[in-house]
Design a protein around this ligand. Structure first.
Ligand SMILES: [Zn+2]
Length: 260
């Protein structure tokens, strides 16, 4: 059986077991992520962190960074070239990564904006609407004028999109000797399935999610005062504030000079 640190705990007897994934050396090569020197591992993450980290992997470099940590998505076995597999190289098109990052990001924002919409502030959900549909289906769908209708449709779109992508997750029900209890587990098989499962848990568990004030990406809140997704964004914001202050000071000095 899985020990407790190897999965995300919903409740002691109800949990997501970590999938067995493959990671290794990652290279970006002509629109593909290539994985070599594969080794199996079971990832550990905090609830919601996997989905929100993935939503930040917009460019090639960030995607490669995520793949280094967690491996490839395991989405399309057809994409892996047979000859390369024989050489121990597994490849995935960056196009598939970008498509899924776009979907996860749009779905997390939809979740973020549903609550304010329920509290009478539907503007951001309304603004997000065209992006959500273009990420999900490539279609342009106009937002419903009626706010109640907007919220209901956002909720059903969000749940259908996640349910479809989580797919059928294998489960186990077994007696855990260590816990002296029966345990029910979800056992995802691919990284992509785990990401969507993590998002489903994030949404149902009430873990707090915010939008980074610097890069606009969603992040899981660990500290109530947190306004940025990571140190890079916090430093960038600090630098921009300082540069702004310096410009204002310089402008004020120039102004004084003219007045004399
Ligand atoms: Zn950020």
């Amino acid at each position: 059986m899985w020990s407790l640190h190897k999965g995300v705990l919903v409740e002691r007897r109800l949990r997501i077991a970590s999938p067995v994934l493959t990671r290794g050396k990652i290279v970006v090569n002509e629109g593909f992520l290539e994985l070599t020197e594969p080794e199996q591992f079971t990832p550990v993450w905090n609830m919601g962190q996997l989905a929100s980290d993935f939503a930040k992997a917009w460019d090639d470099e960030a995607a490669a960074g995520f793949a280094k940590k967690y491996g490839l998505l395991g989405l399309n076995p057809d994409c892996a070239s047979a000859s390369l597999s024989e050489l121990g190289v597994t490849v995935e098109p960056l196009m598939y990564w970008k498509r899924n990052v776009g979907i996860v990001d749009a779905l997390l924002h939809t979740w973020l904006y549903i609550r304010p919409a329920r509290d009478g502030h539907p503007a951001r959900l309304r603004e997000l609407w065209p992006l959500l549909y273009s990420e999900l289906s490539g279609d342009e769908v106009a937002a419903p004028d009626d706010t109640g209708n907007l919220i209901t449709r956002a909720e059903s779109t969000l749940s259908a999109a996640i349910a479809q992508r989580v797919g059928v997750v294998p489960t186990t029900f077994d007696f855990d000797v260590g816990l002296e209890s029966f345990v029910f587990e979800w056992q995802p098989t691919t990284l992509l399935q785990t990401i969507y499962l993590d998002m489903a848990l994030l949404i149902t568990s009430g873990v707090e999610l915010r939008t980074c004030q610097q890069c606009g990406r969603p992040f899981v809140v660990h500290d109530k005062r947190q306004r940025f997704c990571n140190d890079v964004c916090a430093n960038r914001a600090r630098y921009q504030r300082r540069a702004q202050r310096e410009r204002e000071t310089a402008a004020a000095i120039d102004g004084e000079g003219e007045a004399v």
